[in-house]
Design a protein around this ligand. Sequence first.
Ligand SMILES: [Zn+2]
Length: 438
Amino acid sequence: MIGLVSLAMTYKRWERQAPEVAFDRDFKVLGLAPSLALTVQDAGTGLRQVTIRLKREGQDVLLADESFPRSDAPKTKTYEVGKLIAEKYKIQVGPASLAITASDFSLRNFLKGNLTEVAMGFVFQTKPPQLEVLEGQHYINQGGSECVVYRVSEDAVVTGVQVGARFFRGFPVNGSEKNLRFALFALEYDLPVETPMKVIARNAAGNESTADFWHRVFPRKFRTRDIPLEDAFAQKVVPEITAHTPSIKDQGDPVKTFVEINSNLRRQNHETIAKLAKNSPERFLWDGAFLQLSNSKVESYFADRRTYVYHGKPVDQQDHVGFDLSVVKHDPIEAGNDGKVIFADYFGIYGNAVLIDHGAGLISLYGHLSSIDVKPGQMVKKKDVLGKSGATGLAAGDHLHFGLFLQGVPVNPTEWWDPKWINDHVLDRLKEARSQSD
Ligand SMILES: [Zn+2]
């Protein structure tokens, strides 16, 4: 038996598979603070030696040189090449290359192992893109949206507005002139008024320019509400939602499962909207002010903070990121504006729901429907009927939940329902930028 085992091990060490090297991304240029990782792996006998060199005209900089013992040969090893370059080399503009060698513990090649040699040519660039914000005053409501217009040089590949940890990417103002861009952004309702905001432009080398813009933030107070959690309500909503949502596990108790749905499924649903926003077209599909459901009565406001109380004890707290609107039972639900249906199905806490992409990262949500009359991919016009109101998902009675999300961040719909706000903050600003660029 021992003989067989050692034969198998020897055989394995004769393997022909040389180590594999892979970068975490494609690159043709690297900048002043390059972000680049290299993974070296050898699935067979493991890594024996790895060297990484940076070569430039007349220069040869050793970034890494590692030998491993046979008894503890790693199968995989990742090197932060960008960091190593920044530590060991003073970056100069011009062409350069990375040379990598990696060997393993195979008994082939006169016991030197299989050898991989890779050379990657690229160019060092140190200049960031040019960036200039067009003049303008930006009044921002906490929980609200705003638009900024800026000009960048050709080499900018990523541009937009950074608000705290949130990034809102920008889009060309005109299809023809790519250098003039706008970004719609939001100050999320639960972020402080002093949250830093700046415009960012980054090129392929990763070099970044930032620019401030004049802005003033108005703090807003949102309501707080206690919501009594009745057994009858939990018994109505929990089985329906879990039946449609395999990712939610029954916690063995309707109230615990309710909290799981109310917290985790709510978060998952909002993450899905953020993912869908990544595919949003660069141009507006909408036209004019958004529509609040005709003849509807407001039952709940944007960003109400709700404490769910069960038998006198708080069991959960969540924020209501939309409006609850009611008319009559099974009321026809209208599209808030022109756009493309990107989702029409059961959607977690929102029950039967429709999502419309209005372009440039703006998505509207229609929840708790009793029936859906549209299909994903369908283009709709403002006021087109999407389905009928209902009480599916986390709903006690028949109503519409209407939500607006900007690149995944919930925003207050009241601004988008207001034709004056849309003109002052978005449309007139873009019109003026276009006329200046002619
Ligand atoms: Zn609601």
